[in-house]
Write a protein that binds this ligand. Structure first.
Ligand code: SF4
Length: 292
């Protein structure tokens, strides 16, 4: 989660999580509902599910230990190349680097070469004797993360005080070839359709969506649209922006009053604070409650 959000946001969640689940076994025995509840508000809910699924696999097949081999770790739910390498270094002190944006940026500046012109895997392989000579591989991965966050920062690197400036080609060169590549969150437009039972103060929600996010969570029917032009046959309530899974959503919220909910939806009271309902849907509840 620290790749997606700030430490100060994650910290209270982490502390609570460790309190409720002090061991991997205790996590593996938990229900998905309980884990999701504790994750509520952080977003990226698939990570919570993967964490739980991984804990169950480790408890069942690996005597609650992380396997040592990369090819075993990478099979676990939600573990990709970056996390597998980070785990190997952090837990087993294996000579490997987790290549994230920080590592890429630091190497790219040291060499004064654009990131997309560097083969990072082979660069590490060629320099492995030097990189891992102290056998403090866990510290090295952490150091790269901190160095990238505090010294060789994306904007305004602190070159004057940097201990590597004597070997840094970016620092020494007049021609700075490196441009920081920024991934802008993509913006997509969505219409949200709120079917409201006015008498009972209820809204129709569905778990079926093909949106590519918040899968299997209760949401009002929602549809991606090419642009945000307004519909005529629905009442338009509001337009708002929301950030989910690195997507910027530009949302138009529509509503209509009805006593009959559409197919594949269930009624939910707008006044209940359901535990299993994601914060995104709760935000829509608040919007709907403003109607009238
Ligand atoms: S000298 Fe500047 S650009 Fe080079 S590694 Fe240090 S902080 Fe980064």
């Amino acid at each position: 989660m620290l790749q997606q959000t700030q430490v100060k946001t994650v910290l209270p969640y982490f502390r609570k999580f460790r309190l409720i689940f002090p061991t991997l076994d205790s996590l593996s025995r938990s229900s998905e509902k309980k884990v999701l509840k504790m994750w509520e508000g952080l977003g990226y809910y698939r990570r919570a599910r993967n964490l739980l699924a991984t804990s169950k696999i480790l408890a069942k097949n690996y005597r609650s230990q992380l396997p040592k081999e990369y090819k075993e770790i990478i099979k676990l739910p939600g573990i990709g190349d970056y996390t597998a390498n980070a785990l190997q270094a952090f837990i087993f002190n294996k000579p490997t680097l987790a290549i994230d944006g920080n590592v890429k940026r630091v190497f790219s500046r040291l060499l004064n070469k654009n990131e997309n012109k560097i083969n990072f895997k082979s660069l590490i392989e060629i320099n492995k004797k030097n990189l891992f000579r102290l056998n403090r591989n866990s510290d090295l991965v952490e150091a790269f993360m901190e160095f990238g966050a505090l010294v060789c920062k994306p904007k305004e690197p602190d070159c004057q005080n940097c201990k590597l400036n004597n070997i840094c080609i970016y620092f020494k060169s007049k021609n700075k070839f490196v441009k920081t590549l920024k991934v802008k969150p993509e913006t997509k437009s969505y219409n949200i359709f709120c079917y409201i039972n006015k008498e009972k103060n209820q809204i129709a929600l569905t778990k079926k969506n093909n949106l590519g996010f918040l899968k299997n969570f209760y949401l009002p029917p929602m549809k991606e649209v090419k642009d945000g032009s307004l519909l005529r046959n629905w009442k338009h309530h509001s337009n708002f922006k929301n950030l989910i899974s690195n997507k910027k959503l530009d949302i138009n919220l529509y509503y209509k009053y009805t006593k009959k909910n559409p197919m594949q939806t269930e009624w939910f009271s707008l006044k209940n604070n359901y535990e299993f309902i994601p914060s995104f849907t709760k935000k829509i509840f608040k919007e709907v409650l403003k109607i009238n």
